[in-house]
Design a protein around this ligand. Sequence first.
Ligand code: SAM
Length: 463
Amino acid sequence: MSENFINQKYVEDLLENAKFADNASISLSLDKAERGEPLSHSEIAALLVNENSEHLARIFEIAGQIKKRIYGNRIVMFAPLYVSDFCVNRCAYCNFNHNHDFNRRKLTMDELREEVKILEEMGHKRLAVEAGEHDGECPIDYILECIKTIYDMKFKNGEIRRVNINIAATTTENYRKLKNAGIGTYILFQETYHEPTYNSVHISGPKTDFAWHLNAFDRAQDAGIDDVGGGVLFGLANPYFDVLGLLLHNEHLEKKYNVGFHTISVPRLCPAEGMNINDFPNLVDDETFAKIVAIIRIAVPFTGMILSTRESHDMRKKLLRLGISQISAGSSTGVGGYAKRKSNEALTPQFTVNDDRSAVSIITELMDDGYIPSFCTACYRGGRTGDRFMSLAKSGQIGNVCLPNALMTLCEYSMDYGDNAFREKAAAIIEKEIPQIANETIRGKTIENVKKIRSGEGRDFFV
Ligand code: SAM
């Protein structure tokens, strides 16, 4: 039974009333946020619509503090892997739109292995498998075969250790199959929670069913997938409406399943073939986008936030400080894109990326900026998913787990993929950060494991 737990009128009223919030009440809300107290819907709405530069400066400051307190300076790395661009839907924003005429394809298992090999050569351990919706060309069995092929591959430097899945909303039965295949997070963007906009940009195909799409995570949870990742495509509807929609969706899942979103993605509309970006009246400018990221960070401190290469280098740098905890690097957004890039062949991407630097240059720059690039996949492999992960995060124990795992995986990455200069940089970060591990036993174990990784005596350590 589909439920519509996004009351459109309620969200519109929140935004309308928020215009009347005065400076004093906004300051009080920000004091609460600074003390780590949860904010009400109307307080968040007031922060969103406010344009006062002093409040804005405080929003950025508080978001930065929360980010530092909960996530330290760790940034989890991943890459998307497009396996099929066949699609039965007509979505006004997407190049995979059924009506667009291009040479569509899905990867054969040999081609998939080639893509995974290239991604592994970049050092990736965590992938997000992406596909258009087409039950004929890309049925669930094909996706399951892809997952199995990826997990079965072993390389000199290890293997892909976590496969997240971003495919169209499907049935409980199919979610159960994905669960049994050992996926990490099931990711699905609502695109927009504003129903009239949703209906206007989804022109035909199964994705036109707002309620079916909205209830996808309920079905995934019913099937046992307890790490689900939400998101909206900023640029379609009023972005403030969509932030409140995300929060209501998160609360619905918390109430019903005891755990909300594992991650929230914040994709922003990019130009794509077959669409004109100027036809979209709600594009979000950089300043508003930064405000949105900061407010999401304040509203749901323990939910990871994912940013892709849709954003430029400068924007990514800024947003990392405000709340982003996971980024992609070296990405291609087309089927077979990694092999094609290697052989300089043309590609039909889903949309154009804005940060096309190589993975290693992104990772190096993260270290130069004081971050710890992390290739950790431990929680999922140790069974810490869903509410087990959330209670770890909320108890503050995350520092004793995520920090050592980040340092050990960075050490492994530097030995496997780095040159001498890279290894020295990574070593300096590891030495500096090890004393921050509060638990003495875990600190000792980390020192021991780093030595083993460096001498080649062991690898793939995690706590
Ligand atoms: N077909 C699946 C579905 O229906 O959810 C998988 C999604 S697709 C591979 C990944 C996401 O790319 C979409 O959910 C959409 O938000 C995003 N996307 C599509 N066109 C885009 C564009 N022009 N700019 C930025 N993101 C876009």
